[in-house]
Design a protein around this ligand. Structure first.
Ligand code: BGC
Length: 871
């Protein structure tokens, strides 16, 4: 149990057969159902029942629905420590395949994961754009480009909904950074909204009919996303004719009548929130017409029908009794393939990659050299590979393969693994293998929840070293204290600590080693959940042997008293749901157990020696889930600590150096010219290490292309700032987002453009020609020849460069193609007419579409292969 477990009864039976869109009732039939309910019952349905479930209503055949994050796995109903579920590569990795087919397959796989857990709606895809490279949550979203984002989102939605599981496009809209996300105001022109930020939502609605959307935390042009009559009612439900359900982001709804009138259909989570009695009173006072409530309920019922949660028992969804386990061989193979497909080769001097896959004899070292074929794998990310980002996209996977494990399985004793410099500046919770539950001996720890009288309300095993307090919906009384106890599996020097808000004491074998008063930063409940404060101490742990000769690890007892306070107004001066959530003491609590880090000088010495001793040095650097996470942004693109110095030291000592970048979003690479090859592997999911080994050894081609331009330096980007001024963040880049702004000279040329990536092929483009497109936009036909000795995958990209300077260059179409070594293929790229549209602010309508300009056939704008003038 944690306080976030849902206890609702689950429906067992579906109208929708997977693969078939349910027929649905007409509007009048839904209204007839709604008409059977009284006002209080209707309003009750419009706030969640628990953190991730909704109320059912037997009298009209409505079963309680279950939602789950999303988007890189289906976590289930618990925020931490839930069942093992498959961990997918992060969205940026999946998007780097530039493949609608891949996105569709991912949607289908997620549907299977959802079915196994009886989840009706997966909270994804995240389709905000990579506006500034500092955005903490970019790893969860696809790209800086709206067309690529929209097309992939639509394919993902089709994959998911084709099996009767709802998708939820998030977060509507202009939620491109995290700093003060609950209070900040994104100031965006209507043109940029329509042409750029709303476009992925529009594509996913038009092309795939997404069944739900999530309204963001932020304000847009001074109005909260949850109250955005203009965006929600006028554009999305009006102009687009969308008939799905609009839910709030978690705790985002701040008001009753303005949100209900502003197009929000459902407040999440529950059971409490700003609607309930307040909304009933609004209707009774005439502030909200009851028909508005009825329309919200109609949309809820329509979603329920689509996911098989409405109707008589035999009309409702029947969940499959058998499903693919998250660690089944077939699932492993899929995740491994998807990860490699999204890895990006940014440099491959002299074709050093792929490395020789077998035996020393085929190694590239000089014959007779003892180093021939040996690989030194260097760096913390090689051993402790970061396979997922932080925040609500986190899941509890059955395992995560490190790069060291992946390479070990592939090349065995040709591999030397060496730890590198520190990559974090904060401690993280203990690996479950570092601790055991003193009562059961299982990996993990024991958690006891105490009430105000010190009575233990629950004591349970946790397989992970963190839990969440503050939502006490399954405990008889509010939790006052939590006691975490664990035995250490190791002995000797250890970094011990705790994480989470509250008043802590920490004892080791009955001796007090410290106490701490930990307070969350900022005004976002997300910060105490997702970036909780930490306290640590370096100490010594000894193993004892009892009378029977059994060895026992040192016993750690960490006790936290939950601090509750009076709700305080946020930085916007308002007392809101968030104020109450923060005051409730909600947050993550965890135990830290980690090795005491060695000094950097010592580490640099050992990595240099290892690099010199091998045929090839593979050095792994990257970000961690503390930088690629929710509720907080980055402040630099530089790698943390001494990682850059480590790469330079390795490059100077090694005969050949390959750098593997274990990060999903741009980082600076000051050593780029010093190394032979650079492979960006992103956050590659549970099969990460195997997939990296496949990529390095050429078992499968790392065929990805960047989904975002990588700046050459901090601040050298068309949009950089993530800290609102006051509470305002101006989208000053307008429609010149990312590569569009770089191409217009709004920032120094990027180090690498959107669309860049070499794979293992070598490409020559033939002449390109224009074809009449069926959809009103032209198609481009081009022949691409792969002159390499590797079968390879190319992504043909077509950009429109308008004639007028006030219009940015933009991606208008793309098509991946697999071509055998020494062969060629003719590719037709359809372009999308929506990219020719122009918003006319004066007329407040779409104006005349663009005419003229030039189509560029390019491998990213840094490598244009052909130009086709348009008449
Ligand atoms: C995130 C959403 C997520 C929700 C539920 C929020 O903090 O912004 O993307 O779906 O939590 O976990």
């Amino acid at each position: 149990m944690t306080s976030m477990t849902a206890t609702t009864d689950r429906p067992t039976a579906s109208a929708a057969t997977p693969g078939e869109a349910p027929a649905g009732r007409d509007h009048a039939a839904y209204l007839e159902l709604v008409g059977r309910l009284d006002l209080a019952t209707k309003v009750r349905l419009l706030t969640g029942a628990t953190s991730f479930t909704l109320h059912g209503e037997e009298s009209i055949g409505l079963a309680p629905m279950a939602f789950s994050d999303g988007p890189t796995g289906v976590r289930g109903l618990k925020f931490t420590g839930g069942d093992h579920v498959a961990l997918f590569p992060s969205a940026t990795v999946l998007a780097s395949a530039w493949s609608e087919e891949t996105a569709h397959e991912v949607g289908e796989m997620l549907a299977e994961e959802a079915e196994r857990q009886q989840i009706h709606v997966v909270l994804g895809p995240t389709i905000n754009l990579h506006r500034t490279p500092l955005g903490g949550r970019l790893f969860e979203a696809y790209s800086e480009d709206p067309l690529l984002t929209g097309k992939l989102a639509a394919a993902y939605v089709r994959g998911l909904q084709g099996r009767g599981i709802g998708a939820c496009l998030k977060h509507l809209v202009a939620n491109e950074s995290e700093t003060l996300r609950n209070y900040m105001n994104s100031v965006v022109s209507e043109t940029a909204l329509r042409e750029v930020y709303l476009l992925p939502f529009e594509i996913a609605v038009q092309d795939a009919d997404a069944w739900s959307i999530m309204a963001a935390y932020n304000d847009i042009n001074g109005v909260a996303a949850t109250e955005q009559n203009h965006v929600n009612n006028t554009v999305v439900k009006g102009d687009w004719g969308w008939d799905g359900l609009l839910m709030s982001d978690w705790f985002a709804t701040k008001t009753s009548a303005p949100a209900a009138l502003g197009g929000l259909d459902l407040v999440m989570p529950g059971p409490d929130g700003p609607w309930g009695e307040a909304l009933v009173a609004d209707v009774e006072s005439g502030a909200v017409h009851e028909s508005v409530i009825d329309e919200h309920v109609v949309r809820l019922l329509r979603l329920a029908e689509r996911v098989g949660a409405l109707g008589s028992t035999d009309e409702q969804r029947v969940w499959p009794t058998e499903s693919l386990a998250p660690d089944a061989p077939a699932r492993r193979a899929q995740l491994r393939r998807l990860a490699t497909d999204g890895m990006v080769v940014l440099k491959n001097a002299g074709g050093i990659l792929p490395l020789a896959a077998t035996g020393p004899d085929s190694g590239a070292g000089t014959a007779g050299d003892a180093r021939a074929g040996t690989v030194a794998l260097i760096g913390r990310h090689g051993i402790d590979t970061i396979c997922m980002g932080g925040g609500s996209a986190t899941v509890n996977p059955p395992y995560q393969v490190s790069i060291a494990e992946g390479l070990e399985a592939a090349i065995g004793d040709r591999l030397l693994v060496v730890d590198g410099v520190e990559v974090r500046d904060r401690a993280v919770v203990a690996e479950p293998s570092a601790i055991t539950d003193p009562e059961t001996g299982e990996p993990g720890l024991r958690v006891a929840y105490l009430d105000a009288e010190g009575v233990v309300m629950a004591s349970e095993h946790s397989s992970v070293a963190s839990i969440v307090t503050g939502w006490d919906d399954v405990l008889p009384r509010p939790t006052e204290q939590v006691v975490l106890t664990a035995r250490l599996t190791g002995s000797g020097p250890v970094r011990l600590g705790v994480l989470g808000t509250g008043t802590w004491t920490i004892d080791l074998d009955g001796e007090r080693v410290g106490s701490a008063e930990l307070v969350a930063e900022g005004f976002d409940p997300g910060e105490s959940m997702l970036k909780p404060p930490v306290w640590t101490i370096d100490t010594d742990a000894t193993t004892t042997t009892d009378d029977e000769g059994t060895r026992e690890g040192a016993l750690v007892t960490a006790t936290v008293t939950v601090v509750r306070s009076e709700p305080q107004p946020g930085p916007d001066g308002k007392l809101s749901t968030l104020s109450h959530v923060i005051a409730s003491g909600m947050g993550m609590k965890g135990l830290v157990v980690s090795p005491v880090p060695a000094p950097a000088s010592e580490v640099l010495e050992s990595v240099t020696a290892a690099a010199a001793s091998a045929d090839v040095a593979v050095v792994v650097v990257g970000l961690t889930e503390e930088q690629e996470t929710e509720a907080t942004d980055k402040s630099t693109l530089a790698l943390l600590g001494d990682q850059d110095a480590m790469v330079s030291a390795v490059a100077a000592a090694a005969s050949r150096t390959v750098v593997v970048v274990n990060a999903s979003t741009p980082v600076l690479m000051p050593w780029f010219d010093e190394v032979d090859a650079v492979l960006v592997v992103g956050l590659p999911g549970q099969e990460g290490g195997h997939a990296v080994a496949d990529a390095l050894l050429g078992v499968r081609e790392p065929a990805g292309r960047l989904v975002t331009s990588w700046p050459s330096a901090d601040e050298a980007a068309p949009a950089w700032e993530v800290v609102p001024d006051g509470l305002t963040l101006e989208y000053t880049d307008g429609t010149f987002v990312g590569y569009r702004g770089f191409a217009a000279g709004h920032a120094p040329a990027p180090a690498h453009w959107l669309g860049a990536g070499d794979g293992y092929g070598a490409w020559t483009y033939g002449a390109a020609r224009l074809l009449e497109g069926g959809s009103g936009a032209p198609s481009v036909e081009v022949t691409v020849a792969n002159s390499s000795t590797h079968d390879s995958r190319e992504v043909v990209q077509v950009y429109l460069r308008p004639d007028t300077e006030d219009q940015p260059v933009r991606l208008v179409g793309f098509a991946p193609v697999q071509v055998a070594a020494g062969s060629e293929a003719t590719v037709t790229v359809d372009t999308d007419a929506r990219l020719w549209r122009r918003w006319d602010e004066a007329a407040n309508a779409w104006g005349e579409p663009l005419t003229g300009g030039t189509l560029l056939v390019a491998r990213g704008l840094g490598d244009v292969q052909a130009e086709l003038p348009l008449a």
